[in-house]
Design a protein around this ligand. Structure first.
Ligand SMILES: [Fe+2]
Ligand SMILES: [Fe+2]
Length: 278
């Protein structure tokens, strides 16, 4: 990484700078650099203040990929090299959205008083998402493609817009539903690349799988913290918020082991699953 950026003075301004940058690789480079500055300031005993910012409702994005409704995104055939490129392209798109989502939660809810560990967790998660985006883009490029070469899912930012005024709703839907869904589906993707004898992509997906457990755990931790502060029942609040903000049922099979590791017990998600009496 040769790019370095003058970091803004506050976490919220770092977030704003990333959210208003349109280029994916540059977003990732800024994120990695700002996270390193954040850690250095913390270690020096002069932590970066949260500050305040007014983040855009939607982050800046590159001209490509073309964003389509999910039913118009061509279907993938994992047995072919083209199909595997399409899977990686979809993952790159998810990772880039995740970079923005983790900065967005810091900027958008900066006026909610939270312990210092809240910023620490989401700066780290944003840094890891930037690493994931780079890893997946590197694999795409090694396979002769690039992020932007294929169309991508247009609805990825909807959860952020729906929960723009509700920190608990954001935690329930983004890390505890959407990122938890990643834990369910990633082992199957790793298997596709293992069968295709592509150990470099398997290694990249193994890193993503291990680190995503942490992001779901951050979501669960801070969701439970806020429920405790409000003296409310976490399971009931979770069910209420997911029904309110998430469109549709949760899809089994669930990765119960990794969900448990991330602090999400079965009675949180099974009552919201397809076929359950919701
Ligand atoms: Fe990720
Ligand atoms: Fe994540």
């Amino acid at each position: 990484m040769t790019d370095t950026f003058d970091p803004p003075g506050t976490v919220a301004d770092c977030a704003l700078a990333v959210l208003t940058c349109a280029d994916g690789r540059r977003k990732a480079a800024m994120t990695r650099d700002y996270a390193a500055h954040w850690r250095a300031a913390r270690d020096a005993g002069t932590p970066m203040p949260m500050g305040r910012a007014n983040p855009p409702l939607r982050p800046a994005r590159p001209e490509k990929p073309e964003l389509l409704s999910p039913r118009d995104v061509p279907r993938r055939r994992p047995g072919s090299a083209e199909g595997r490129i399409a899977i990686l392209h979809a993952i790159a798109h998810i990772e880039l959205n995740a970079v923005d989502l983790h900065w967005d939660i810091l900027a958008r809810f900066a006026d909610t008083p939270m312990p210092p560990g809240f910023a620490e967790d989401w700066v780290r998660a944003a840094d890891e998402e930037a690493k994931h985006f780079n890893l997946v883009c590197d694999r795409l490029e090694a396979m002769g493609s690039t992020y932007g070469a294929l169309p991508a899912h247009a609805g990825m930012w909807r959860a952020a817009e729906d929960t723009a005024d509700d920190l608990m709703g954001r935690l329930a839907v983004v890390p505890m539903v959407l990122e938890a869904r990643g834990l369910d589906v990633t082992p199957g993707m790793i298997e596709i690349f293992r069968k295709a004898k592509d150990p470099e992509t398997v290694a990249a997906l193994d890193v993503i799988y291990a680190e995503e457990v942490g992001h779901v755990a951050y979501g669960s931790k801070w969701f439970h913290f806020l429920c405790g502060r409000a003296d409310s029942d976490p399971k009931q609040v979770f069910h209420h918020l997911v029904r309110r903000y998430f469109h549709g049922a949760l899809k089994p099979p669930f990765n119960e082991e990794k969900r448990a590791e991330a602090g999400i017990p079965p009675d949180f998600y099974w009552p919201l699953a397809e076929g359950a009496d919701r």
